[in-house]
Design a protein around this ligand. Structure first.
Ligand code: AHR
Length: 503
C-alpha cells in the first residue's frame, strides 16, 4: 500500500477550464470516416448517411472540437475532390495510409456531421504537396459568405451560409520524415508564416495552429519549435504538440507514468515559446494545441498499412483494443492537459471512431464504448470552472523510464458559482492500492455528490463488441470526516470524486 495526501484550496487557481481541451480527431484513415461516422447502408443511418448510434456516443463522450481531415492524410489531400456531386468525385490513392480514398465524404459532409454532433470543426490545410493558394481556396469555400467562385460553389453544393471555421491547422507533422512533403524547420516556418498572413487577409479572426514536433523524442524537438516560431510567431496563435504512448516491453510502470512525459513536453514547448517571445521583444503569448494525443500500440499488427498492389477502401487500420490500464493512462493524460490549462488551450484525443478510438463500430452492426471512453466522458462532463493548483504529497513508485514518480497524480476543478468541485486522480502503483487523504478544510462545509472508480482485478481486461460493459466505472467508497476525505484507490485505477456545498 502507498499513501498520498492532497490539499485543495479554491484560492489557488491555474486558469479556467478550456472546453476545447475535450476535442477529438476524425481523419480519412481506416474506418474512421467510412463505416465509422458515415455508413449510408447502416440500419441506423440518417438521411445524410451518418450513423445515429455513433452521433449519440459522440455526444455522450462530450467532445467539443473535432479536427479534420488529417493527420498524415491531409498532406496529400486535394480538398476539391471531396465537394460537388458524389458520383463525379474522383477516387485517389491515399499515400499516407496506402489506401484508396473514394471521396464519398468531403468538407460539406463533415460540416453537416459536425453540426449534427454539436462540435466545433477544426480544419487542417495541406502544406505537404500544396501551398498558400490551395489553403486560401479552401478558406474561401468555407468562410466567405458568397459572391466569389469558391463561396458560390459551396452555395451551389447546398450550403448557403458560410461555415465560419475559426481554428485552422497549418499542415500536419511537417517535421516527420514520414510526412508527404515533409520540410525542414526553415522551409516550413516560412511557408506557415506566408500561409497564415494570406489566410488572415481573408479572415483576421482566425485562430491558426503552426506545426510543432510530432513527439518530444523527435531529434529536432526544441530546435524545430524555436526556428518555426522564429519565422511565424506573429502570424499564429497556437503551436501543436502530438504524443502517443504505449507499454513498451511490458513496462507497465513507465506506461502508467506517461503523464510525466506529457508534462515535460508541454513545459518545454511553453518555455520555447516564451524564449522566442523574450528574444523578439514581443507581447503576445502562444498557446499549445495538443491536437493529437492518446495510447497507440504503434508497432502492433493493427497498425500495419497495406502494401504492394493492395490499396483498399477503408481497411481496418489502427483498430487498437484498449484495456483498463490504457484507460487509466488516458485519464492521466487528461489530468496533465487540464493542469496546463493556462497554456494548453486546445487538445484532441486522436482519434474518435475506430482508429485508436474510444468509440468502435461494426459495419451494419453495433457501436460500442472502449475502456478509454469512460475517463474522457466523465472528465469532459464534470471538469467545470477553474482548474486548481493542488499540493500533492505522495509515496513514490519506481519506473524504468522516469525513475521515482508520485504514486498518484491528480487535478481538480472548482466552479466558484455553484461550489461544485471535481477531483480526477489516478493510482499509478501497478502492484498495490494507494490510500488517499484529501484535505478539504479550505472549502468549508461540503458533501460528496459522487465518487466513481475505474479498475479491475485484471487490468488487461478490454471491452469488445460482444462485451463492452462488464467493466465500467463503479462507486468508490469514501469517508468524509473533519474536513478530510479518505479513499482507497485500487492498483492501476482512475477515479473521480465530486463535492458540493453542504446543504
Ligand atoms: O493519428 C494517426 C496519425 O498519427 C496521424 O495521421 C498523424 O498525424 C500521426 O502521426
Amino acid at each position: 500500500m502507498t499513501n498520498a495526501h492532497i490539499t485543495l484550496d479554491p484560492a489557488f487557481r491555474v486558469a479556467p477550464v478550456n472546453r476545447r481541451t475535450f476535442g477529438s480527431f476524425v481523419e480519412h484513415l481506416g474506418r474512421s470516416v467510412y463505416t465509422g461516422i458515415h455508413e449510408p447502408t447502416h440500419p441506423g443511418a440518417n438521411a445524410r448517411g451518418f450513423r445515429t448510434d455513433v452521433l449519440a456516443l459522440v455526444k455522450e463522450l462530450g467532445v467539443t472540437t473535432v479536427r479534420y481531415p488529417g493527420g498524415n492524410f491531409v498532406s496529400g489531400y486535394r480538398w476539391e475532390d471531396g465537394v460537388g456531386p458524389v458520383e463525379k468525385r474522383p477516387r485517389r490513392l491515399d499515400l499516407a495510409w496506402h489506401s484508396t480514398e473514394p471521396n464519398w465524404v468531403g468538407v460539406d459532409e463533415f460540416m453537416a456531421w459536425a453540426t449534427e454532433a454539436g462540435v466545433e470543426p477544426m480544419m487542417a490545410v495541406n502544406l505537404g504537396t500544396r501551398g498558400v493558394q490551395e489553403a486560401l481556396d479552401l478558406l474561401e469555400y468555407c468562410n466567405v459568405p458568397g459572391g466569389t467562385a469558391w463561396s458560390d460553389a459551396r452555395r451551389a453544393n447546398g450550403a448557403e451560409s458560410p461555415y465560419k471555421v475559426r481554428m485552422w491547422c497549418l499542415g500536419n507533422e511537417m517535421d516527420g520524415p514520414w510526412q508527404i512533403g515533409g520540410k525542414t524547420a526553415h522551409e516550413y516556418g516560412r511557408l506557415a508564416s506566408q500561409t497564415a498572413k494570406a489566410m488572415r487577409m481573408i479572415d483576421p479572426e482566425l485562430e491558426l495552429v503552426v506545426c510543432g514536433s510530432s513527439h518530444s523524442s523527435m531529434p529536432t524537438f526544441g530546435e524545430w519549435e524555436r526556428e518555426v516560431l522564429g519565422a511565424a510567431y506573429e502570424d499564429i496563435d497556437f503551436i501543436s504538440a502530438h504524443a502517443y504512448y504505449q507499454a513498451r516491453d511490458g513496462d507497465l510502470a513507465s506506461f502508467l507514468a506517461s503523464g510525466v512525459n506529457m508534462d515535460y513536453f508541454i513545459d518545454s514547448v511553453v518555455a520555447t515559446c516564451d524564449h522566442v517571445k523574450a528574444a523578439r521583444k514581443l507581447d503576445k503569448d502562444i498557446y499549445v494545441s495538443f491536437d493529437e494525443w492518446n495510447v497507440w500500440y504503434q508497432s502492433g499488427e493493427a497498425s500495419k498499412t497495406p502494401t504492394g498492389d493492395d490499396w483498399p477502401v477503408a481497411p481496418r487500420l489502427l483498430e487498437d483494443h484498449y484495456n483498463v490500464a490504457d484507460a487509466v493512462v488516458v485519464g492521466g493524460l487528461l489530468i496533465s492537459l487540464l493542469r496546463h490549462s493556462d497554456r494548453v488551450r486546445s487538445a484532441c484525443l486522436a482519434q474518435l471512431v475506430n482508429v485508436i478510438a474510444p468509440i468502435m463500430t461494426e459495419p451494419g452492426g453495433p457501436a460500442w464504448r472502449q475502456t478509454t471512453f469512460h475517463p474522457f466522458a466523465l472528465t469532459a462532463r464534470y471538469a467545470k470552472g477553474e482548474v486548481l493548483k493542488l499540493d500533492v504529497r505522495s509515496d513514490q513508485v519506481e519506473t524504468p523510464q522516469y525513475g521515482g514518480v508520485a504514486a498518484v497524480d491528480a487535478v481538480a476543478t472548482y466552479d466558484p458559482e455553484t461550489g461544485d468541485l471535481a477531483l480526477f486522480i489516478i493510482n499509478r502503483n501497478a502492484q498495490a492500492a494507494t490510500q488517499v487523504e484529501l484535505d478539504l478544510r479550505s472549502l468549508g462545509a461540503v458533501r460528496v455528490t459522487g465518487a466513481t472508480v475505474l479498475a479491475n482485478d485484471d487490468h488487461r481486461w478490454a471491452a469488445t463488441s460482444d462485451d463492452p460493459d462488464s467493466v465500467v466505472p463503479h462507486d468508490l467508497t469514501t469517508i468524509l470526516a473533519d474536513g478530510t476525505l479518505s479513499a482507497e484507490l485500487p492498483a492501476v485505477s482512475w477515479a473521480m470524486v465530486r463535492l458540493g456545498r453542504a446543504a
